[in-house]
Design a binder for this molecule. Structure first.
Ligand code: ADP
Length: 163
């Protein structure tokens, strides 16, 4: 069984992420979406909220998809999950250098696990969680960038005063 891990912070989950998950689930027998706790990024949503958000939004996507929290080294998590590939999404050139470096270092840690890059639908490529949060904080509409229930989650969060 071919297993791949798609790791990320998903703070919040965007339509770009959903598209990569859909494409990834097509490619492998099982896709494990790894949600990092990532406290260094001071996420807007707790890991429990992000897990619930991802699970809710991928419910309709065909394929065998697990959503799992992880707090360890990515390669250790991938090994634990029995994965032979790490899936990453590439947006603009700006992503390339960081992703290139990370893939290179991960290869040194475990050469049996391949990093695979996918591109989202062209219309979804500019979307980034960080910008979604910025737009929402200034009262802009994020409905084109995230699933509608996620837009509600973000608005509720900001309304609750967690700016
Ligand atoms: P991280 O904190 O690891 O960057 P993110 O949640 O921001 O996690 O993103 C997870 C993965 O999804 C990364 O590989 C990122 O490049 C990819 N990604 C995010 N947004 C998009 C998008 N709009 N199109 C394609 N890939 C994306």
């Amino acid at each position: 069984m071919k297993v791949a891990v798609y790791p990320g912070t998903f703070d919040p989950l965007t339509l770009g992420h959903v598209d990569i998950i859909r494409r990834g689930a097509h490619l492998v027998d099982k896709l494990v979406v790894g949600v990092t706790t990532n406290p260094s990024k001071e996420p807007m949503f707790s890991v429990a909220e992000r897990l619930e958000m991802v699970r809710r939004e991928i419910a309709e996507i065909p394929g065998n998809i697990d959503v799992v929290e992880f707090d360890s080294l990515l390669m250790e998590f991938a090994e634990e999950q029995g994965a032979t590939a790490i899936l990453r999404g590439l947006r603009a050139v700006a992503d390339f250098e960081y992703e290139f470096q990370m893939a290179g270092m991960n290869q040194q840690l475990n050469d049996d696990i391949e990093t695979v890059f996918l591109m989202a639908d062209v219309s979804l490529q500019p979307i980034a969680s960080k910008l979604v949060k910025e737009i929402a904080r200034y009262g802009g509409s994020i409905d084109k960038f995230v699933p509608s229930a996620v837009a509600e989650d973000v608005r509720r969060h900001l309304g609750a005063g967690s700016r």
